[in-house]
Design a protein around this ligand. Structure first.
Ligand SMILES: Nc1ncnc2c1ncn2[C@@H]1O[C@H](COP(=O)(O)OP(=O)(O)OP(=O)(O)O)[C@@H](O)[C@H]1O
Ligand SMILES: [Mg+2]
Length: 450
């Protein structure tokens, strides 16, 4: 008995440090570690450093408390960590989730903890401390959406017209062309700074995206935050939140920022892994309730800042699992954002890229930035495409007799030109011939008032 008390005291004294508080790993189960000895000093979201048996230090974050233990998850692999390993936190200034961002981050590729991944050496020191879990600007005081923004994709500029500070979602099943469309957007969109978050996607695509899609010029005005699919869930979650914090830094400097996130579904999947590991009950499709509480907090941070600040125009890709557009993440994201672009597998299969289903896509802010003439052209083109869609089967089967309906005749006549308008190669610029999209649309529709 005495021995065990002395042993306990010896153990406790061995982890007394003048500058930090320390506890010990008690249990490890799945992705979670239970830590004892520092529970009264910690709260949810705080970070600790756990020393593996090899001496390597691994960051971890508090995700819950249970029966006197702190539950944490690590930002790295748990290999080499076992019961008794020391978990410590500094006594002065909590190691909160923040990044010190400065203009020297432009042109760099970093991981969600702000560690460079591009082999170009350390990031310039100093800068503004950006909380990666910052709250969105006060809704009643933030600026309104800005002027029309050219995205560089004809189908979107005409039918899903966006404004500065708008948040759009690109929805599609796997392999329909979300990432390819995003790469067209990063090249075509007018902005001062681009922040790109590659969240939980393929490692192979990272270099392709940086070298082929961004290129040296694009990279020079961008910051890329990467957490590939093999990284722990906390890294994948923070790829999204850190990218948002970096975008907020540039927004506060008055810049017009383009934030691209591929994909917000992987962010939700990371939240699901964290929630379930922390002991939350699974609900719809295994997503615990906290996912749907966190999601709006992230998405609402994009958009306009306060008057005098810049704006974050954001494009989020959403992987629609099993092509079911009512699956919970797609449904929740669609409800929060200011517009959605639906990609359709059947359109891609017909060889029309980008495979945007114009009839199901919409920009909730378009009406505020289109002239009456442009809005009229869009309405007319939409109705022609809808009529063709309705009659397509009959036309294909030869059951439609030319001349029986003037509107259908017009749709059959104009559809090839409209399809050509909607088709655009990945490297093809939008302004071929120097016409803006609405002038081109007017020419197709034979709108002589032009
Ligand atoms: N604009 C385009 N032009 C030609 N082909 C395209 C285009 N967009 C997509 N594709 C084709 O679709 C394939 C898948 O595209 P992409 O990787 O962008 O899809 P994704 O929706 O991001 O897929 P995942 O959900 O698996 O990440 C490409 O490899 C290419 O063959
Ligand atoms: Mg993709």
């Amino acid at each position: 008995m005495k021995n065990s008390i002395f042993q306990e005291i010896r153990e406790r004294v061995s982890i007394c440090h003048p500058d930090r508080a320390a506890g010990r790993v008690k249990n490890i189960s799945g992705l979670c570690m239970s830590i004892q000895g520092v529970e009264s000093l910690l709260s949810i979201g705080d970070r600790l450093s756990v020393e593996a048996r090899s001496g390597e230090k691994i960051q971890s974050e508090v995700v819950g408390f249970w029966e006197g233990h702190v539950r944490t998850m690590a930002f790295g692999a748990l290999d080499g960590i076992g019961p008794g390993c020391e978990a410590s936190l500094p006594l002065s200034g909590m190691p909160g989730a923040a990044l010190s961002v400065n203009a020297g981050w432009l042109g760099r590729v970093v991981n969600p903890l702000g560690v460079p991944m591009d082999g170009k050496g350390a990031l310039p020191a100093g800068g503004k401390r950006q909380d990666i879990k910052a709250a969105p600007p006060n809704a009643a005081e933030r600026a309104r959406l800005g002027e029309r923004l050219t995205l560089g994709v004809r189908a979107l500029d005409a039918f899903v017209t966006a404004r500065k500070g708008q948040r759009l979602g690109l929805f599609a099943g796997s392999g329909v062309g979300k990432s390819s469309l995003l790469s067209m957007l990063v090249r075509g969109t007018a902005c001062d700074v681009a922040v790109i978050a590659l969240v939980g996607e393929r490692g192979r695509e990272v270099r392709e995206f940086i070298e082929d899609d961004l290129g040296p010029e694009g990279l020079a005005r961008s910051v890329v935050v990467v957490a590939t699919s093999d990284m722990p869930p906390l890294m994948r979650r923070d790829a999204a939140t850190s990218a948002m914090a970096i975008a907020e830094y540039f927004r506060d400097q008055g810049r017009s920022v383009l934030l691209l996130m591929d994909s917000v579904t992987r962010y939700c999947m990371a939240l699901r892994e964290i929630g379930l590991s922390a002991g939350e009950p699974p609900a719809t499709r295994g997503y615990p309730p906290s996912v749907f509480a966190e999601l709006p907090k992230l998405l609402e941070r994009a958009g306009p800042g306060y008057a005098g600040q810049g704006m974050i125009t954001a494009l989020f890709t959403v992987l629609v699992e099993g092509d079911d557009h009512n699956e919970p993440v797609a449904d929740a994201v669609r409800g929060i954002l200011d517009g959605h672009v639906m990609l359709d597998r059947r359109i891609g299969e017909q060889g029309r890229y980008p495979a945007i289903d114009v009839s199901k896509s919409l920009s909730r802010a378009a009406s505020g930035c289109l002239s009456a003439r442009d809005a009229g052209l869009v309405k007319k083109a939409r109705s022609i495409m809808a009529r063709y869609e309705r009659m397509a089967d009959m036309i294909r089967l030869g059951a439609y007799k030319a001349g029986s309906e003037p509107e259908t005749d017009e749709a059959i006549r104009l559809m090839p030109a409209l399809t050509a308008f909607l088709t655009q190669g990945k490297q093809e610029p939008v302004d071929e011939g120097g016409h803006d999209v609405f002038t081109r649309l007017a020419m197709i529709l034979g709108d002589v008032s032009e």
